[in-house]
Structures are given as C-alpha cells and as structure tokens.
Ligand binder design. Sequence first.
Ligand SMILES: Cc1ncc(COP(=O)(O)O)c(C=O)c1O
Length: 383
Amino acid sequence: MRAEPQSFDRVLSSMCTEPHPAAREAAERFLATNPGDPGTYQSAAALEDRAVAMLGEIVGLEIDTADAIGTGDDARARGGEPTGYVTSGGTEANVQAVRIARERAASATGRPSVVVPESAHFSFRKAADLLQVDLEVVPTTADHRVDLEAVRAAVDEDTAAVVGVAGSTEYGRVDPIPELGEIAASVDALLHVDAAWGGFALPFTDREWHFGHAAVDTMAIDPHKMGQAAVPAGGLLVRSTDLLDELAVDTPYLESTSQATLTGTRSGAGVASAVAAMEELWPDGYRDQYVRSQHNAEWLADQLEVRGYEVVEPVLPLVAASIPTPLFESLRAEGWRLSRTGDDRRVRFVCMPHVTREMLESFLADLDRLESRAARAVPSPGE
Ligand SMILES: Cc1ncc(COP(=O)(O)O)c(C=O)c1O
C-alpha cells in the first residue's frame, strides 16, 4: 500500500485534529486490544475506567473521580460503577443517549419523541431512524441557539428526551442548557447534551453546559475531537449508572456478564489514546490550547470582516463566513479543506489545535490572491 494520510496543513473543515504525540504512541501500543471483552483485555478495560473517570471530572459528574485520577485506581476497583464508556464517536454516544431515553419512556402510551434544535448534528436523524422515535426539530433564533419557546411548545407526554448542543457543528453555539433541563423535567423527559465537539473547550469558558450546572442526564463528549486523541475515541457519560443499565444486554460467552456498548469489539487504541491525551493535557494543556484556538478564531473573524465578508462571530473556536461559491470552489481547488453550513452555505473555519496563525495567514494570502484574480476577470461596465 502506497497511500499516505492527508497532511493537516490546509485542513480548516475538520472537527478532528492531529493526535497529541502521547496519544499517538498509546494508540499504537494498544492497537491489538479490545475493551469490549474486559475479561480478556484487562488492561484496556482498566484504562477505559480511567478514561470515564477523567471524562467525568471534565463534565462535572459528582463522582469520586479525584481519587481515581490521583492514584490510578479505577471506578470499579473502588466499588463504584462506571458512569459511561468510550464510544466510537459522537454518533454512537448520541444514538445510545436516545436509546436510553426511549427505554425510559417505554411505558408511555404514544410513540416516543426526541426534541432537537435544528442545529443538532445529523446523527440524531440516524438515532431516530434506528430506534423508531419521532424527531421533533425546533428552530434556532438569530443567534443560532435553540428557541426555548419552540422547545416549550414541542414537548408533551410523549417526549422521551430534549437535546441541547454545547458547541454546535456549524456555528459553535451553546444552547441554554439549564433552561432546557427545566423544560425536560416539566414533562419527565431526559436531557441529553451533545458536547461532542465543545466538551474540551467549554471548561475554560463561563458557559453553563455540564452535569454540575444543570439537570443533565446524558452527554456526548469526544476525546477524538478537541480532546486530541486518536480516532476512534468518543464518550458517553451518564448522571447515574442505572441509565447505562437501560443499554445492557447479557453476554453469555464472555467472562463479563453484560455489555452496554453499541459495538462489540471496540478499539483499545482509542481508549488508550484518550487516557494518554487527557493525562497530558487536562486541564492546563487544554486550557492553553483553547485560548490559542479562540484567539485564532477571533483574529480570523476580524480579518474576514475587514475584507468585507459577513461573519458569524466565534463563541467557541469556529468561525462561519459568507464567501461566494466561485471563490470557495477556487480555494478548495488550491487544496484548502473547507466546508459550508447547510442553511446559508457559509464557510466554516474550525480552529482545531492543528490550525496555527501561520496557516491562517497563508489561507488569507490565497483568499486575497484568488479574490483579486476573480475581480480582474469580471469585465468592468462598458468593456
Ligand atoms: C456536535 C457534534 N455531535 C456529534 C458529532 C458526530 O461525531 P462523530 O463524527 O464522531 O460520530 C459531531 C461531528 O462533528 C458533532 O460536531
């Protein structure tokens, strides 16, 4: 095989990034392990407990994680039960969260529904399709956050879950999570927060987004995005272990008794790299990275605005800007990896850890050059 992976030099569209060197090394070491069979792959399974404990600390779960992180103990060794697992990514975490909510609502009379903002990731469509639940999509307001009045109007006795996004894929926005928790509670529904992308940046902001801030029941948070772990390393976290029980099936031929995960065989590489990245970076490394990425995003937003493009200001390190389609296509032809929002076809610039100021300067130089070439190609009136 001669193929090489792409370089990150011109990647501005991805929610993933180059793994931290420690995460890469750990992934390679644990390549042939399977935490889905904890009776056989015991060290990978222990690492998963550690990953969940560390993620629990990041997302404000009131469990005794400080000990676990300090001593290397894992939750089970201390008699606790895990409050999550390392998924294949945000999609699996979202599907599983909807599955938990559906199981909880099983005694309801009507077909269960899940209320999601239009800004929610398309993985909720897969979840609804697979799990036979209705998806009630509610609009966002002008600031690209969910319209709370629309959520209030959408929920009823069939609502199994309300979803809030903490770091939306297209605009990096954070929904009002405490208010969504109140609305969910008013109809006895669960609140799921999708922090798959935002979860490693939000701890360094003043946003209210996690289990400690609001009545959150389940959450997606992905080490393989802002967490700088190797793919695949997502995370599903739950407020209490009985929520995971909704997912558990018996595993007769394994030494473990039950399995709550969606996939069977899973990547020990992803688990190990998530632990390695978090041990290296939580909290100071992630804070420094967030500050760098946020500054880059704000700087890029200013630079685009100065050039006359309409810009959606970055709340998290993600800028969206209106760039004409021919210019967008020319930039892509020059090798820039860019993508656009579904509604207004704004170009998204995801300022991930691999996106440096030098890279953005080089992008802007290409933008200016292609823009002036396009301007020269347009005949002036009377020509
Ligand atoms: C907010 C959000 N949720 C879920 C996902 C899906 O994650 P994955 O692609 O890891 O399945 C994404 C992907 O970018 C995302 O941005």
